[in-house]
Every structure is written in C-alpha cells, then in structure tokens.
Ligand binder design. Structure first.
Ligand code: DGJ
Length: 544
C-alpha cells in the first residue's frame, strides 16, 4: 500500500470514529426517562425537566402564519413546553408523499421562543375517530376498513384489526420520527411524543369488524394470559377481580377468562388497540427513540364502556395495555371532570408516572399545578387550549415552579415533597413528613376574607411542601395556611423559628421579606393568601 493510501485510510478511520462518537453522544443526550427512587423523570439536555406546559387547541398548529404570535404568548405565560399536534392529513397529503412544513414551522416558532415541544401524533385515531386520516385513506375504505358497530354499521374509526390500516399509520409515524431525527436531534426541541389521541371505541364498546368477531371467538393470547399470571400480585383490582371471579383461567376465550359483558368487550379491545399501537411506537422508536406515551379520555360519571370511549389507555386497563404494548412508556389522563386529586392518584400508580397532558382551562389550575408536582412528583402539567389563556394566575405559578424546579427534581423519588389541594368542601388536609405533621387549611377557613362568607365561590387553594433538612421546609403555592406539629407519637412541641418569603436567583435563595406578626398569625402558621403566589422558607424548632 502506498504511504498516501495508508494516510488516507487512517484519516478516514479517524473521521468515522469521530462521527460514531458524535452519533453516540447525540443518542446519549436525546430526551429520555430515568427512575430516581420511585419517581420517573424526563431528562432533557442532560438534566431532569419539569414540563410547565399547555396544549394547543386542535387546529391552531395548522395556521402557520400565527405560530410565532402563539408561541410568543406561551412564552410570556411562562411555559417551557407546548403540546402541539402533528396532523397526519397535512403530513401525508398523498400516499407516500410526505410534507413536514407544518412540523418545521412549529419547531421553528418554538425555538424562537425557547419552548420545547411534546408532539401529539394525530394519526389513525383522534378522540376515537379517524378524522385526521388523510382523505386518500378515508375514501379508500375498502383498503382501509372501518370498525363496525354490532349490527355491521360502519363507524368513522379505522379498525385496529386490519394490516393495511396499521401499515399506513405506522409508515407515516415512522416518517415523522425520521424527519425529527434528521432535523431535531441536534437541538432537541421535540422532547416527547404522544401516540394517537384518546384512543377508544364509541358508541360501540367493541369492534364488530369480521376480523374482530373472529378474534373475539379465539383463545385469549398467551401474551396476555401469561402477563396475568406473572403479575398477579400487582394487577389492577378491577382486572384481577374479573379474572378471579371467572376462575383465574389461563386458557380459553375472552368470555371464559373474564365473563360476559361490556367490561370484557373493553378488555378485548384494549388488548387489540395495544397490539396496533405497539407496532406504531416500535417503528417510531426504531428511527428516533423519544419517550412515547398515550393519553386517555376518562371513564367518569358512572358511564359504561361505549358511553365513554371504551378500551382507551385507562387506569383500570393499564395491565392490558402493558401486556400488549410494552414499548409505550406510560399512560396519561386528560382531566376535565371534577375530582382532580382522585384522578391524579389513579394515574400515579403501579409504577406509572403522572403527566397531565390536558386539564380543562380554569383559574384553579394555578393551585392544582402545585398539588400535581408536590403530591405526585408529576413530570408535567398542561391546560388545554392554552393559547386562549387570559389570566395571569397560571403564569405566576409557573414562574414560582421554574424557580424551585432544580430543588424539586433533586427531591423527586425520595419522599420529600407533599401537596395540598383545598376547596370549600375539602378545606383541610394533614400529612406527615419526617418528624412533622403539616396541616394545610384553605385560608378562607379563617374567615378573615369577606369573600370567605359572602357566598361567593372559593377558588381552589394549592401548595407543595418540600423538606429541605431536619428542620427546614419550602412551601410554594397559593391560598393555603400550614401549621406544623410533631408527627404521630412525638411528644415535642414544634414552633416556627422564622419564615421568609423568598425567591431563587441563579439557584440561590434570596430572602425578600420576613413573614412575622400578622403574616404568620403571630407565629402560629405559614400563610399564602388567595391571589398571591409565594415561595416561603420556614425554619422550625422544638420546645417542651
Ligand atoms: C380532549 C382531546 O384530547 C382534545 O384534543 C380536545 O378535543 C379536547 N378534548 C376538547 O375539549
């Protein structure tokens, strides 16, 4: 070999090694999920990231000329993350001709305003329906068949029991992820992906497409029955209950394992939706492995499967979804119904982390967000139709949370935070943290505010408490007063040494005001008024 050839190949090898290294470090720094203690954290640019988010209304991201204005408003509202739809019909207007103009425009607007994106794949299913499927899919219903209701009536829902439907959705999703890999791996503006949107059958609880009918008569696949046996101890009680009541069989048809009824229809559908989604997620992760989750329309108000979208990624079906779609990272609730705290608890369970991709727009979100992060170590919070927000209260909460985010993420998974969410009907809550008992009360319970008694509705009050050391706490929130005493069994009295209202600049705590006298009810409690949004530091001491 000539010396010049040796030199050239040596140089090429070096270059290749450098490229591989670069590729590896891009992989290492891609957004990903890690466990810290019993919490799940989203790592973005090498650090844990709390998504202070909001979801755009469904059609907003198709108005490319408005995106810059919209993202500007989101930035002023203090968001660090926007949930933005990716519309299949715009991305693949003709079969296999892809156009990512809408994605590139959203990413550019987000970057211009320092906001990260969670992309929502409005693919085969959006709120059960297949309205975002391109027209060439909708019209060619022989190739891309619909689900059917019981007596054969076609629904505008692509059936998950058809391989052409799967191939088309999977190909488009993979193309989207490949585009992100090419255009966004360096900057990583897109940090996570929601696959489909509120999957579920409505009004029929299950699909009666001929292939679905055939599968319903077939034995329950070993992939699910094996899961039931292997995870028996941790199965959701609703699923375990049905399986046990029917004799805990591992072989047999769906009705043999789970009994007759809509609930079994739902289990069957969830499994088959799961198989479909697994293929889509896997294809996407293969080209660009971002975290991927599913969102659910809730089974609220005592409705039955089919009255709500049956078989979605719901808490009571989590095992079925996990068995069928192990590549999905977690499931997430869209909370529009009353009972925010209860919904949070249902979805922060069985190893599933809490992320709230949608919550109805309300001034109460300014309080709820503290509860979600404090009590449930949430990864993120995101009111729906965020571009319509007109009140500054959420912006104030996000500003406070932004300041304490490094402390919160450091504490996650270590049992050091708790949350309070209080209302007129539920005005007090006691929790224990280390050697202390903290009782949070809605400040209106003191009756000092004229609005407390004049019949006007009480705004929700919310706070999180973060234990800093054996005798120090940070409390952040709005409308809550907290008293401190010894934990159960303790015989020491606990006093408030002092309280400071504080702020964090460049990670350093700065005292803004000493909160004593009337502001601490003469040393009896720490208090944040309704309408204020504070961070307060309290130093406790004990006496006898
Ligand atoms: C829940 C859906 O996921 C959103 O896309 C939107 O349709 C809202 N409902 C509307 O309330």
């Amino acid at each position: 070999m000539k010396p010049s050839t040796i030199f050239t190949s040596f140089f090429a090898a070096l270059l290749l090694a450098a490229c591989n290294q670069q590729q590896r470090s891009a992989q290492d720094t891609l957004p990903h999920l890690v466990r810290q203690g019993d919490a799940t954290q989203l790592i973005v640019d090498g650090k844990p990231f709390l998504m202070l988010g909001g979801e755009l209304g469904n059609s907003t991201a198709s108005s490319l000329h408005e995106l810059d204005t919209v993202f500007g408003r989101l930035h002023r509202t203090g968001l660090n993350t926007a949930l933005v739809p990716a519309y299949w019909e715009l991305i693949e207007p003709e079969e296999e001709r892809f156009d990512f103009t809408s994605i590139d425009a959203a990413v550019a607007a987000a970057r211009a305003h320092s906001i990260k994106i969670v992309l929502l794949w409005f693919g085969a299913w959006k709120n059960s329906m297949s309205c975002y499927a391109p027209l060439w899919v909708k019209e060619n219903y022989e190739k891309y068949p619909r689900s059917r209701a019981q007596y054969g009536f076609p629904l505008e829902i692509m059936t998950p029991f058809d391989s052409s439907n799967l191939a088309a959705d999977r190909r488009a999703f993979a193309a989207l992820m490949a585009h992100l890999a090419k255009t966004d791996a360096a900057e990583r503006t897109v940090i996570m992906v929601q696959v489909e949107n509120e999957i579920g059958m409505i009004p029929s609880a299950r699909d009666y497409h001929p292939e679905a009918v055939k599968q319903f008569g077939a034995p329950v696949p070993a992939q699910l029955s094996g899961y039931l046996t292997a995870r028996e101890a941790t199965l959701h009680p609703a699923l375990r209950g049905r399986w046990e009541a029917n004799g805990k069989k591992t072989d047999g048809a769906w009705t043999e394992l789970f009994g007759e009824g809509l609930e079994t229809d739902e289990i069957f559908m969830a499994y088959h939706y799961g198989l479909f989604v697994e293929e889509v997620v896997r294809a996407g992760k293969q080209v660009y492995p971002l975290p991927m989750y599913l969102n659910a329309a809730l089974n609220s108000r005592g409705r039955k499967p089919g009255e709500y979208p049956s078989a979605g990624p719901l808490a009571h079906l989590i095992d079925v979804w996990r068995a069928a779609a192990p590549s999905v990272d977690f499931i997430a609730p869209d909370i529009y119904d009353p009972g925010f705290a209860e919904w949070c608890a249902q979805y922060h369970a069985a190893g599933n982390p809490l992320f709230i991709p949608e919550v109805g727009m309300s001034d109460d979100n300014a309080a709820r967000v503290f509860y979600a992060f404090g009590e449930h170590e949430a990864m993120g919070f995101s009111p729906f139709s965020i571009e319509d927000i007109r009140t500054p209260s959420l912006a104030r909460s996000y500003e406070v949370l932004r300041q304490i985010a490094p402390l919160l993420t450091e504490a996650q998974g270590k049992g050091k935070t708790r949350g309070f969410l209080l209302s007129k009907d539920n005005s007090q809550r006691t929790v224990e943290m280390g050697a202390y008992r903290l009782t949070g009360r809605h400040v209106y319970t003191y009756g000092w505010s004229p609005r407390a008694k004049d019949g006007s509705p009480w705004p929700e009050a919310g706070a999180l408490a973060l234990q800093l050391s054996d005798s120090e706490f940070l409390v952040a929130g709005t409308g809550v007063a907290i008293t401190f005493s010894g934990a159960s069994g303790s015989d020491t009295a606990i006093g408030i040494g002092y309280i400071d209202k504080v702020a964090f600049t460049d990670g350093k705590m700065v005292a803004l005001r000493r909160m004593n006298g009337d502001q601490s009810h003469q040393g009896r409690h720490l208090r944040m008024e309704v309408g204020d949004c504070d961070i307060q530091y309290v130093k406790l001491y004990s006496y006898r």
